[in-house]
Write a protein that binds this ligand. Structure first.
Ligand SMILES: NC(=O)c1ccc[n+]([C@@H]2O[C@H](COP(=O)([O-])OP(=O)(O)OC[C@H]3O[C@@H](n4cnc5c(N)ncnc54)[C@H](O)[C@@H]3O)[C@@H](O)[C@H]2O)c1
Ligand SMILES: [Zn+2]
Length: 344
């Protein structure tokens, strides 16, 4: 086994050991008690040999399956497998499977032990870290859920090899986000090593996932409950979520465009120099992500408004105050409208 990176995240809702490395899934055999796996169906197909020896429950793939109905089905299968308070559940898959597994584990019998094996780039650098679990309701994302830390998260880099190209590239958007909001040196590294990252070079991948995890952990540690600091993780996401819904593209693709728009806005507000906006844009293009889309400003504005209704009150816009430095600016709806029309 190659190098392993370990970091512990301790918050009010528990303590989580996060490990990044290649081939970590083999460690399942050492767990005591023997785990019950909740595995994404595609991951089970692709990595049968790793997960077959265990009791497994399949989680259907596709965001439309991220529902209470799926949760209910999983509860029933757990009863059939005679799971009890002492059982250990391990969610295996991308953000969908780990979000569902975390929710099931925090509610079944009022909560049982659980861990994650994260199998997508987005999952490893983002979704599996931070203790948010949950499912969608009536098309509204993550409406029902819990805050609870898994006891461990294993980011097994070996699993990423079977991920669809588009999904992998989409995850790179979140990686670029971490550099942009928190770590200028990491931005430089990404600029130098993008080719290696796109080829899944082992060393580069290890550094990229480890650094991203460290940044997310650092932010969540200081602010578990999404007040100002944790909000910086939403850089590119105000526009990103609206674009994702309107254009039906992958999350990372929408966030990439959202980050370019937010960087431009940062420049308009006198916070970010034009060459720094260009640099972020170039990095996004080098990753094979879209840096622009033909957007209908009216629809984008309505979409952001709708999102706002759910979260309440003002819009918290994440801007860059220099590369590697994020700040949150609160803006009201009328200001938002002119911003959207100026940028789109
Ligand atoms: N909890 C959080 O803090 C948080 C943060 C961000 C996103 N999320 C959630 O994460 C989800 C998105 O996660 P995602 O991008 O990982 O998508 P996903 O879990 O839906 O996985 C994407 C696709 O890749 C397949 N797949 C997964 N691993 C694979 C592998 N190793 N080889 C081959 N195929 C594989 C899946 O079956 C699926 O088709 C959303 O539901 C989102 O709400 C949660
Ligand atoms: Zn995101």
């Amino acid at each position: 086994m190659t190098a392993m990176h370990q970091i512990r995240l301790t918050t009010a809702t528990g303590s989580c050991d996060i490990v990044v490395g290649e081939g970590l899934s083999k460690g399942l055999h050492q767990l005591d008690p023997a785990p019950i796996l909740l595995v994404d169906e595609h991951v089970l197909d692709q990595h049968h040999e790793l997960f077959e020896p265990f009791r497994t429950i399949t989680i259907p793939s596709g965001e439309h399956h991220k529902t209470l109905q799926t949760v209910e089905t999983v509860y029933r299968e757990l009863v059939q497998l005679e799971a009890d308070r002492s059982s250990l559940l391990v969610g295996v898959g991308g953000g969908l499977a780990t979000d569902v597994a975390g929710y099931v584990a925090s509610t079944f019998l009022r909560g049982v032990q659980f861990g994650f094996i994260s199998s997508t780039l987005l999952g490893q650098v983002d979704a599996s870290i931070g203790g948010k679990n949950g499912v969608n309701l009536d098309g509204y994302k993550n409406m029902v859920g819990t805050f609870r830390q898994p006891s461990f998260v294993w980011c097994d880099l070996a699993l990423l090899g079977t991920l669809e190209r588009k999904e992998y590239v989409s995850g790179i958007a979140e990686v670029i986000k971490y550099g942009a909001i928190r770590d200028r040196e990491f931005l430089d590294y990404l600029q130098d090593q993008m080719t290696g990252l796109l080829k899944l070079n082992g060393e580069v991948l290890h550094h990229v996932v480890s650094t991203s995890v460290d940044i997310k952990v650092d932010v969540v540690r200081q602010d578990e409950n999404e007040s100002d600091l944790r909000r910086i993780l939403n850089f590119g996401h105000t526009f990103g979520h609206a674009i994702e819904r309107q254009m039906g593209v992958l999350h990372g693709e929408a966030v990439a465009v959202g980050m370019v728009l937010a960087a431009r806005l940062s420049n308009t507000m006198g916070l970010l120099r034009p060459q720094e906006v260009d640099r972020i844009e170039q990095l996004i293009i080098a990753a094979g992500l879209p840096a622009a889309m033909e957007l209908d400003p009216g629809k984008i504005y309505q979409n952001i408004r709708k999102d706002k209704k759910k979260s309440g009150k003002d819009i918290h816009f994440v801007l860059l105050d220099g590369p590697g430095n994020a700040m949150v600016k609160t803006i009201d709806l009328s200001a938002l409208k002119s911003i959207v029309y100026d940028l789109c």
